[in-house]
Write a new protein. Structure first.
Lengths: 358, 271
């Protein structure tokens, strides 16, 4: 009933291709934006910023990058963690070499480095596909993490082998480092993630998106209708790695505050891949839904036993966590193999038709 | 050879132009197997040219040579008066050669509309950063091309499935969407690989009508492979007959029908 589309007529192709052909969608997004920009910052606690809001946004961005590559262009990748690392280390070097640089500019620039690295490791995709390509990107994963460890220039030769985010200010306000307030960092992350999301939506709904999807769905036909497969795959690697790189820089500079090489190891790659798969491959909104589930669920599971007065050891909670998250992943994949985004699409379709079944 | 040579008028009074594509002594081998041996034929501007032959005759290989998917070991391909250097399939497509496939090759994850829009991509020039901003001509380009696509959707009578994911469509409609995608590119030469395979009589009649209409309204040159002899003989202006990778006949449907080699190939010979 809420989703009635009656009376919303399209009189031009532009309006039919608009971002929100259905008015209610725009309204819904308005509410979400209101929460994200106004209500959360006013109400959220330090704990909520650090364990939910900021990581959800950053993971959603990383998954969005992976989704461009895997969900839209159909190239399987297991190197996400390492590409996030490239972004983080590039940002660290930029900040230490050019201390006067605006941190946001440094974060956005650091994506370019991971885009370059991504293209290099994307070259095998021109000859191999599917699982074999996944193995090739796995090589990138191992090689890059090894490089983060061994190439001491990357972490300025400090003894710990880790990178430490210094205090960075923008117009007199600390945005990164120990002195930065969570709320400032949240706004920086939110602004960057929002911007990237808009660009991604536009890219994937236009010609480039169709080129990627054609490459994914049937590469031979794609080539025979005039798509340069090499260009299509490498632009996907570049755009995807850029976004992943930016998310990696945000990951360290706006959230973790410090990073060791093994932070970017394969568990991180899998975490982002899970988010993308559970959220829905080939969907932008799905990344947010997946990130909310994967990041939010452990937090909820941690709080619930305490809240209802159950006395469980924290170690037990941790184990329960892993089991429940694992079970939920299997559950969601059985219910809807195309992810939460597809589930939402289904619900929305039903709502538009409600109360009629067809 | 003069590009304008060989004009002729068909039996139904259509004027056919000069040579558009010419295959000269094409030989294609896969290892020890010779798929096509020393075949020459031409396709004229505006004509409907059929390639027929028994299974395994090398027809699809021939189409793949034309669309640049296979590169022949010997022989030359001439397109619009110029010898074509070895090209990637996407470069051939950008020269104005579009095709459909024997086994449907649509992009299953996209709607009918998006599938047909991919056919327009050789006409879309906005760079990626403009598309990302949806500004600076990117949206306008999208709308202009959408208008073209809508014309083709009207033409092929598939308005009702515009927003349906192609994976959900029945076979006959998929074939039509594939034709629409090829047409959206506004090709100079349209290659149809068994456009009527697996269709019932009604669907075949529809498809035949569309092929004739495309040729008539857009003036598109068409080369098609088809097994249904009735359809081939009715639709095409000239027919190439292949058997075991060799050309055994070439001419108007009537000439081909009387050709003894062709009759032998189709009906078999007593030894």
């Amino acid at each position: 009933m809420i989703y009635r589309t009656v009376g919303q007529f399209k009189t031009s192709y532009a309006s039919d291709q608009a971002l929100f052909p259905v008015r209610q969608d725009a309204f819904l997004l308005g509410i979400i934006l209101l929460f994200a920009w106004v209500i959360f910052p006013l109400t959220a606690s330090e704990f909520a910023f650090q364990t939910l809001l900021i990581p959800i946004l950053i993971y959603a961005l990383a998954a969005m990058g992976l989704n461009i590559l895997t969900g839209y262009a159909g190239q399987l990748s297991l190197g996400t963690g390492a590409f996030m690392g490239v972004g983080a280390y590039a940002c660290y070097k930029l900040i230490t070499i050019f201390p006067w640089m605006n941190p946001v500019v440094a974060i956005l620039l650091s994506g370019i480095f991971s885009a370059g690295v991504g293209v290099v490791f994307g070259i095998p995709s021109l000859r191999i596909k599917g699982f074999y390509l996944a193995i090739a990107t796995l090589a990138a994963q191992f090689f890059l993490v090894w490089l983060f460890e061994k190439w001491s220039w990357l972490y300025n030769d400090n003894a710990s082998g880790a990178i430490q985010v210094p205090n960075l200010d923008m117009f007199g306000v600390f945005v990164a480092g120990p002195q930065a307030a969570s709320i400032t960092q949240y706004f920086v992350v939110l602004a960057i993630v929002s911007l990237m999301t808009v660009l991604c939506i536009n890219l994937t709904r236009g010609n480039q998106g169709r080129i990627w999807k054609a490459t994914r769905d049937m590469d031979i036909a794609a080539e025979l209708i005039g798509i340069n497969l090499m260009k299509s795959k490498l632009t996907a690697f570049a755009v995807s790695s850029y976004i992943i790189g930016v998310s990696g820089a945000l990951f360290v500079f706006m959230w973790r505050g410090a990073a060791e090489p093994n932070l970017f190891d394969i568990p991180l790659s899998f975490r982002v891949l899970f988010i993308a798969i559970i959220g829905g491959l080939g969907s932008i909104m799905g990344n947010y839904l997946g990130a909310i589930l994967i990041v939010g669920l452990p937090v909820v599971l941690n709080i619930v036993p305490e809240a209802i007065g159950l006395d469980i050891k924290s170690a037990t909670v941790e184990h329960l966590n892993i089991m429940i998250v694992g079970a939920l992943i299997v559950f969601f994949l059985i219910i809807e193999p195309h992810g939460l985004a597809a589930l939402w699409r289904l619900v929305r379709e039903k709502l538009i038709l409600w109360p009629f079944p067809h | 050879m003069n590009a304008l040579a060989g004009n002729y008028t068909t039996a139904d009074g259509r004027k056919i132009g000069g040579v558009m594509m010419e295959m000269k002594n094409i030989t294609l081998k896969f290892g020890g197997v010779t798929a096509i041996s020393d075949i020459s034929f031409d396709i004229h501007e505006g004509e409907i040219r059929a390639i027929i032959g028994p299974n395994g005759a090398g027809k699809s290989s021939m189409l793949n040579v034309i669309s640049g998917f296979y590169h022949p070991q010997e022989g030359e391909v001439w397109f619009r008066g110029k010898k074509r250097p070895p090209m990637k399939p996407y470069e051939v497509a950008r020269q104005g050669v579009a095709r459909t496939f024997q086994n449907i090759a649509l992009f299953d994850g996209m709607s009918t509309l998006d599938n047909i829009m991919t056919g327009r991509l050789t006409h879309m020039k906005a760079p990626m950063w403009r598309q990302a901003l949806w500004w600076g001509g990117a949206e306008a380009e999208e709308v202009v091309n959408r208008r073209q696509v809508e014309k083709i959707i009207d033409f092929l009578e598939i308005q009702h499935i515009r927003k349906t994911p192609v994976g959900r469509l029945p076979y006959g409609l998929k074939k039509r969407v594939e034709l629409a995608r090829a047409l959206a590119a506004e090709p100079k030469l349209l290659l149809l690989d068994e456009p009527m395979a697996g269709m019932n009589v009604e669907e075949k009649e529809d498809m035949s009508r569309f092929i004739l209409d495309v040729n008539d309204e857009f003036g598109t040159t068409i080369a098609l492979i088809e097994h249904d002899m009735g359809v081939v003989m009715d639709l095409s202006d000239r027919v190439v007959v292949m058997d075991y990778g060799r050309k055994i006949g070439d001419g108007t449907p009537d000439e081909v029908r009387k050709n003894q080699d062709v009759i032998d190939a189709y009906l078999g010979v007593e030894h």
